[in-house]
Design a protein around this ligand. Sequence first.
Ligand code: HEM
Length: 402
Amino acid sequence: MTQTEKALSKPVQLDIDPFSIAALGDPYPLYRAMREAGPVHYSSRYDCYFVVRHDDVQRVLGEWRTFSSAAGVGLANFNKERPWRPPSIVLEADPPLHTRTRTVLARTMTPGVVRQLRETFEREAELLIDRMLDMGAFDGIADFAEIYPTKVFPDAVGLPAKGRENLLPYGSMVFNSFGPRNALTEAAFANADAVRGWIMANCARDALSKDGLGAMIYAAVDAGEVSEDEAGMLVRSFLSAGVDTTVNAFGNMLWCLATFPDQWRKLRENPGLARNAFEESLRFEGPAQCFFRTTMDDVEVGGVQIGANEKICCFMASANRDPRRWNNPDTFDIERKVVGHMGFGTGIHGCVGQPIARLEGEAVFAALARKAGTIELAGEPVRQYNNVLRAFASLPVRVTRK
Ligand code: HEM
């Protein structure tokens, strides 16, 4: 493309709604159509630009000076409207604030910390898989995906056991609120005050154990790195970002294994592939479908001119299926070189909890691979609709022992 043609490019005007129930139910044909129609789309319905190809998504997420997170990583533009909660001081922040807060969170995710957690995570994974094998037939969401991440991770943070049933409703509020205000957001906020109240109360120093990741965050207060209030906000970030994502990653991975028997066979024969298989499931059926940025200035993306203070929705799940980047992108292949997938995002906001998420995924799916013989769907899966998360409400599955 010449410079003149580049300057003349216009975004494709989009008349489709990626946040409709139909699109959320099966987004991949829509992503394909968008990728083929052009690199950047403008939606007048949402007054927002959509970026769908791998290189462009990677660039927008990578250039934080131009594509800011501080005005929110959902559709709402905090420069124009009031956020529903005090914005996250890590996810919804730019440097220098982001650098300061992320440093504190990253310190709780070092290889040394992960090593210490491994034994407990692996023991709990064995127990979970034994229970599933005893049941034989079970719901892959209620009996499996929701069980483990709402146990091992809050235990590691040091959260009290009482009231943890608030974690998933809170995650649903957070993630639905990144999309447009629609029926899904309304339903997620039905019990908002009670859920929010529990979360805020349990992010306080006194509510947390003295030896968990939460206490490590509060140690940064004592070191003068963050204030007491900021530490509470950072614990909140872990609870917002670390539970629903992992629950749905588990559900999606289980669905992949039950529907791609050749890949399950490979994993069963070589449980050492569990880590890469989990990673591939984040590319192929990642829970995080999209996140937004806000332009700081006039900027060109994919040859299209975009003005300042505009919202851009980066469809990571579309980037993860872009044939410009991946061979056979619509195939689930647990031996694929999956580096470069956008399931954890990328750039300075790339998931800070990756080491824990990977540990959870590896522990559970390696135990499944070691112990289970067959795995298959035992009924029709039911979708859980969420504005930005790909999820199941129910996933009937049958397993046998090896
Ligand atoms: C498979 C599970 C997970 C997935 C798919 C996932 C996905 C993501 C993605 C895509 C982002 C980038 C958001 C953006 O660019 O705007 C992100 C950021 C984040 N994640 Fe995760 N996540 C997972 C698990 C976790 C866990 C277990 C934790 C906590 C230990 C966590 C904590 C965070 C935090 C605090 C951020 C914000 C980082 C920043 O802004 O610098 N996540 N995650």
